[in-house]
Design a protein around this ligand. Structure first.
Ligand code: HAX
Length: 434
């Protein structure tokens, strides 16, 4: 057993006592009430999920295992001469809550290399899809196609034991994570680069992805930053929640992650990163070479709102301030691409959109989210095929949701099954039933 798995086993044993005590001795303590608007309105703010992997404060933003983004980036071991940490070390942090040593991180890098072989049939399955399929369909199909590799499914077939079930969930999750960069890069090069595939150099996750995409340094650092920033946003976001829900049926990590990626592919969620660039390109096409000013940008924003559409990359179901993931990427842009035209347009949107959303008076949070800034960076490094952006989000999101379902299994969280009511019942509760 490697250092991470040993540490995880120890943490799980310690944590189980806490969960059991809460359930047995304090199970009747109320956490909150549910209102009619929460029941109809997508359960906003209903506190009914438990995770220790990350927490999203509306005013502060995300903390991974108690650490802000800058603290996380500073604390984790980095490849020599690089600005961003090993993704493998971040996986260790999410699973255990501890910063791995350099040696523990490198052990994990080796472990990922050993696991990173993508079964050949996956590429055949992808080639059988129409090339015009959305890259998220390809990504999702590849994940699901690999289900036959599931160690948890085998463990279940051979006589399931609840106490040990986390082990094979961890194995599946790590196998998946190690393979996702190659699958994503294959989709990119197969779909957009005439199938000119670059072999996995088997270095570390970020470098592997950059090399297989065919993009030089510092894109390896971009990949590390991107995967870490997009990894986890507590349990209630649609992709994390979907993955958790499906895993709660004792589905394995392949089925669960594939379901979660379906949620990520929605334009109100992860697809928003492609929509930001699509929206901007639409503006530029209409301007036909004229440089947009703030006044022109305001006109397009209002046109979009008046057409009944949302401004992609702005607003959030929980956050009530600028997303720190947006800030981190903005800082990267200021350092590496300050003169980039698209960065300047995105920055212009930062200056004009919040006031307009406030004036419109609908959005509870007028500030930009992670998706407003991420496409600019990818575009700058040559990935102008913006419908691919959500796939990269998916590789990152997998880190968080897979860590969560490993812990779900470890703590034996049961089948998720909230209760529904009828409209008649709500009218009765509200005292308006005739
Ligand atoms: N542009 C226009 N209108 C917006 C808006 C935006 N960016 N954000 C919210 N609104 C509107 C909502 O559509 C809603 O309108 P209706 O009352 O007509 O339905 C109203 O304001 C209230 O919504 P809210 O309570 O502020 O926001 P929700 O919790 O319902 O939704 C969303 C949160 C992120 C879905 C929303 O802000 C949105 O659609 N943003 C644009 C799409 C986007 O950027 N999504 C990515 C979010 C981050 C993420 O998950 N990344 O993966």
């Amino acid at each position: 057993m490697g250092s991470l798995k040993e540490k995880l086993a120890q943490k799980i044993t310690e944590h189980r006592v806490r969960t059991t005590k809460l359930l047995k001795e304090h199970g009747d303590v109320k956490v909150g009430e549910v209102t009619i608007s929460q029941a109809i309105g997508g359960a906003r703010g209903v506190r009914t999920l438990v995770t220790d992997i990350s927490y999203l404060d509306p005013m502060e933003g995300i903390r991974f295992r108690g650490m802000t983004i800058p603290e996380t980036m500073a604390a984790l071991p980095k490849p020599e001469g690089k600005d961003y940490p090993y993704v493998e070390g971040f996986w260790y942090l999410l699973l255990t809550g501890e910063i791995p040593t350099e040696a523990e991180t490198l052990e994990l890098v080796e472990d990922f290399k050993q696991r990173s072989e993508v079964p050949a049939y996956v590429f055949e399955v992808l080639k059988a899809l129409p090339k015009s399929s959305h890259p998220m369909v390809m990504f999702n199909t590849a994940i699901l196609a690999m289900q036959k590799e599931s160690k948890f499914a085998k463990f279940y077939e051979e006589g399931y034991n609840k106490m040990d079930a986390w082990d094979s969930m961890y194995e599946d999750s790590t196998d998946l994570l190690a393979r996702l960069p190659e699958i994503a890069a294959f989709i990119y090069r197969y779909k957009y680069k005439d199938g000119d595939i670059i072999a996995n150099p088997k270095v570390d996750m970020g470098t592997n992805f950059a090399k297989m995409m065919g993009i030089d340094a510092p894109y390896d650092d971009v990949a590390r930053m991107y995967f870490i920033l997009h990894s986890d946003h507590e349990s209630g976001n649609a992709s994390a929640h979907t993955t958790h829900l499906v895993a709660s049926t004792l589905s394995d990590a392949y089925y669960s992650l594939s379901a979660g990626m379906g949620a990520l592919a929605g334009p109100l969620h992860g697809l928003a990163n492609q929509e930001v660039l699509r929206w901007l390109q639409g503006v530029m096409d209409k301007l036909d070479g004229v440089e947009p000013t703030e006044e022109i940008m305001k006109k397009f924003v209002w046109e979009t709102l008046n057409g009944g559409q949302v401004i992609p990359g702005f607003g959030h179901a929980v956050l009530r301030k600028t997303d720190p993931r947006y800030q981190s990427q903005r800082e990267f842009c200021e350092k590496h691409l300050p003169e980039d035209k698209i960065f300047k347009y995105v920055d212009m949107l930062y200056r004009v959109v919040p006031d307009i959303l406030v004036e419109q008076g609908k959005a509870k949070n007028p500030w930009p989210n992670v998706d407003a800034q991420s496409g600019v960076i990818q575009w700058f490094y040559g990935i102008t095929e913006y419908d691919f952006y959500t796939v990269m989000f998916g590789v990152g999101r997998a880190i968080g949701v897979l860590a969560n379902i490993t812990w779900d299994r470890a703590l034996g969280y049961p089948l998720e099954r909230p209760k529904s009511l009828t409209t008649d019942m709500l009218e009765d509760i509200a005292g308006i039933k005739k």
